[in-house]
Design a protein around this ligand. Structure first.
Ligand SMILES: Nc1ncnc2c1ncn2[C@@H]1O[C@H](COP(=O)(O)OP(=O)(O)OP(=O)(O)O)[C@@H](O)[C@H]1O
Length: 301
């Protein structure tokens, strides 16, 4: 049996349209499935856990955007069944960083074909922070703030409807840039400590993309049992603006303000609270401690 967790409001309402199309095909093909609709932000976790408990599906599919991917993966994680239920994805949002990262089709009908016909499976790592997990990235500082105000902004919905969700992050950058305060950070990666001054953000990745297509950690690999870390520090606002377009091309590596690291256990202590995003969703963090969970979830490819 396949369980579908559908976010009807993803992609500014595209989620519901996509689901109706998918459902018709499932009915025509006489596929055994169950569905559950998210009814508010965050409810995808409980929807997933309920489906697993009641129906014991072998595949759980998120129908939505990266936020829905995040919630369903957390539902599977909290159900403590590890690789027993396989994860599938049908995109109906606009960011699609997960689909890009694991090289899944971005068209919903092609994605459905993969779920119904593919026998390929891949075990991938997850990133754990507090009692939550992320599949794409966890970012703190400027990117956390940008994700927060983007998720609250009306223009995200309009732009999502036009399939220009990535542009919403650019608008938000200009909104937060001038009031944002950088921080000093003590960073520990696998026991090695580094002191960093004037940090704009710290992005810890399992997959290369975030923010609707920025290639923030080009070397991130979902099953190398490591997280890639990109830090931007010691740069003024104008220089940051010139760096920003390079991230869309993954060409920021040579810039003097950019440092990369990799490891299994990443911990940082900032000198003030950093707004944090996990897979683009704002999360409240008690401890800035990120751990790689090696090959913790099996995805349909
Ligand atoms: N019924 C609902 N009403 C309001 N918000 C919801 C509902 N269901 C889910 N959400 C929230 O909608 C937000 C956005 O979902 P999602 O990321 O899947 O779509 P998107 O923003 O259109 O896509 P993307 O993140 O790929 O741009 C998530 O924070 C999710 O918790």
């Amino acid at each position: 049996m396949i369980g579908f967790v559908v976010n009807p409001v993803s992609g500014n309402g595209r989620g519901l349209k996509v689901w109706h199309e998918i459902k018709n095909i499932l009915n025509e093909k006489d596929i055994n499935y169950v569905e559950s609709f998210t009814n508010r932000a965050g409810s995808g976790v409980a929807c997933t856990m309920d489906l697993i408990k009641k129906y014991e599906p072998n595949i759980i599919v998120a129908v939505g955007g990266d936020g829905t991917v995040h919630e369903v993966i957390n539902g599977i994680y909290q159900a403590e069944i590890k690789n027993k239920v396989h994860f599938g994805f049908i995109p109906s949002g606009s960011g699609n960083d997960y689909a890009r990262g694991v090289k899944l089709p971005r068209h919903h009908l092609k994605a459905l074909e993969v779920i119904l016909n593919s026998t390929q499976r891949k075990s991938i790592d997850l990133l754990k922070i507090d009692n939550k997990v992320a599949v794409c990235s966890i970012g703190a500082g400027l990117d956390g703030k940008i994700a927060q105000i983007t998720n609250e902004a009306k223009y995200k919905k309009w732009l999502n409807g036009l399939r220009l969700g990535g542009l919403a992050y650019v608008i938000s950058l200009f909104r937060v840039l001038f009031s944002f305060r950088t921080s000093d950070i003590a960073l520990t990666i696998d026991g090695e400590v580094k002191q960093l001054k004037n940090v704009w953000f710290i992005a810890v990745s399992n997959l290369p993309y975030y923010g609707g297509g920025m290639i923030i950690n080009p070397n991130a690999n979902e099953n190398d049992e490591k997280a890639e870390v990109c830090i931007v520090s010691n740069i003024n606002r104008l220089q940051l603006l010139t760096l920003f377009p390079l991230v869309y091309l993954g060409k920021h590596a040579k810039h003097k303000a950019v440092s990369f690291f990799a490891g299994e256990n990443i911990e940082y202590e900032p000198n003030h609270y950093l707004t944090t995003q996990a897979d683009g969703e704002t999360i409240i963090v008690n401890k800035y401690k990120i751990e790689v969970l090696p090959q913790h979830i099996t995805v349909v490819k």
